[in-house]
Write a protein that binds this ligand. Structure first.
Ligand code: UD1
Ligand code: UDP
Length: 413
């Protein structure tokens, strides 16, 4: 249908921190496109962590459904999201919606759009572990969303092949690269242009002595830091709630106790199932800094400062190869095999002995560290958003003055 200015409307729908980071470059690109109207609708499945990203990328949603409730269950959030998105889509009637990834928001937006017969473009399509229990519930969200999707934007050749194996039509699958690399490179350039990084510490709650000892580029000269090393941690997976998180905390504490030269920064996810064990087990160690989730600019800066990263995050696994930072992935499976193949990422599960052993290897073996901290870009070249928008224009019958050669398919490396 025709909307404002008689132009087709593409509505980008998202709800959590990682979706916002990965869709920000797509939105920026869509907003420059004169042949369509771009609208942004957030479910706010996350509140504070979403708002941090909106601010970092100067995004202003047209509609904010403000759905987050403290300690929300999957069923409660799903019910609220379907109802709110149903009403939103009935009013807005976009010509195409774009969603990204594997959260509750993605599946609900896809289902609500399907009920309104609105075509769906799925960014970061085709990631699979083949195990519906891991990551849980994300693997199911991905599989279900793919069944409803019209345009599949696969980030890698592996993801494209996964979709083909499920019988999805080749002509609807486009290999674009992952938009997280567009976001990362944009933020890395912004950081490089910024002279004074000390200002990034403002409001983070990192102890000033710790910051001087473990972060470079501050007033203490880097050589005076005596080779101290920063380990950055994130963790939030539902399948690790309970024993898994207790094990992860035990490993981090053992690492800090065993290596006086190591300092840990852990921006703790706001999920109460994460906050409780992390604060209980790691809350009183002088070389472990537990802080609130940080803005994307600060997080990219902290990643670049780290020796290695301990994480169960999907996005971090994708960003780390482009920064040359080894990641010990505290999960048993990954839908992102490319980082493992590149040598940057290694699956270590949640067994404390394994996490400690693998951490000690990265700290103690310089050759091993050098091999695993080589730069590589298995997830993209920073042009995924342009490719996605180009394919959207084709789909909407708007032609394109970008030639196919100007916006080619991402090729397998
Ligand atoms: C969600 C996604 C997960 C994604 C992760 C990114 C689902 C099922 N899970 O997990 O795939 O990897 O986001 O971080 O979609 N909270 C706040 N403020 C915030 C964010 C969360 O207080 O800004 C707390 C609230 O108590 C909320 C709880 O965390 O109820 C859980 O949030 P939810 O989005 O349901 O799950 P996540 O574990 O964040
Ligand atoms: N991130 C951030 N601040 C933080 C921790 C992570 O901006 O305090 C970024 C990180 O760089 C990555 C994304 O958030 O791009 C990952 O989000 P999360 O781990 O919550 O979700 P996942 O990627 O596992 O779905």
């Amino acid at each position: 249908m025709q909307h404002a200015d008689n132009l087709p409307q593409v509505t980008v729908i998202f709800g959590t921190r990682p979706e916002a980071i990965k869709l920000a470059p797509v939105i920026h690109r869509l907003q420059k496109e004169p042949r369509l109207v771009c609208r942004v609708c957030v479910t706010a499945q996350h509140r504070q962590m979403l708002d941090q990203v909106l601010e970092a990328f100067s995004l202003k949603p047209d509609t904010d459904l403000n759905l987050m409730q403290p300690g929300q269950t999957l069923g409660q959030l799903t019910a609220r999201a379907i109802e709110a998105l149903d009403g939103y889509l009935a009013t807005e009637k976009p010509d195409l919606i774009l969603v990204q990834g594997d959260t509750t928001t993605v599946f609900c937006a896809a289902l609500a759009a399907f009920y309104h017969r609105i075509p769906i473009g799925h960014v970061e399509a085709g990631l699979r572990t083949g195990n519906l229990q891991s990551p849980w519930p994300e693997e199911a969200n991905r599989v279900l969303t793919s069944r409803l999707t019209t345009l599949h934007f696969a980030p890698t050749e592996t993801a494209r092949q996964n979709l083909l194996q499920e019988g999805l039509p080749d002509r609807q699958i486009f290999m674009t690269g992952n938009t997280v690399i567009d976001a990362l490179l944009w933020m890395r350039d912004r950081l490089a242009a910024k002279g004074n990084h000390a200002v990034l510490l403002n409001g983070l709650g990192i102890n000033p002595d710790f910051a001087r000892d473990y972060l470079n580029g501050l007033e203490k000269s880097d050589s005076a830091k005596g080779g101290r090393k920063l380990v950055l941690v994130t963790g939030h997976r539902r399948e690790s709630f309970g024993a898994g998180f207790r094990n992860i905390c035990q490993a981090i504490r053992a690492l800090a106790d065993a290596r006086p030269d190591v300092g840990v920064i852990y921006p703790v996810h706001l999920n109460p199932n994460v906050q409780a064990p992390v604060n209980e087990f790691l809350g009183n160690h002088s070389r472990i800094q537990l802080i609130s989730p940080v803005g994307y600019e600060q997080f990219v800066w902290l990643m670049s400062q780290s020796h290695f990263i301990l994480s169960d995050s999907g996005g971090v696994q994708e960003e780390a190869p482009s920064l040359g930072k080894p990641v010990l992935v505290m999960r048993d499976t990954t839908e992102r095999p490319e980082g493992v193949q590149a040598g940057t990422c290694r699956l270590v599960g949640t067994d404390p002995e394994k996490i400690l052993k693998e951490s000690m290897l990265l700290l103690g073996d310089a050759g091993e560290y050098a091999r695993r901290s080589r730069l590589s870009n298995p997830y993209g070249d920073g042009r995924a958003s342009s490719r996605i928008v180009w394919h959207c224009l084709q789909f909407l019958g708007l032609g394109s003055d970008h030639s196919a050669a100007a916006v080619p398919q991402q090729r397998a490396e």
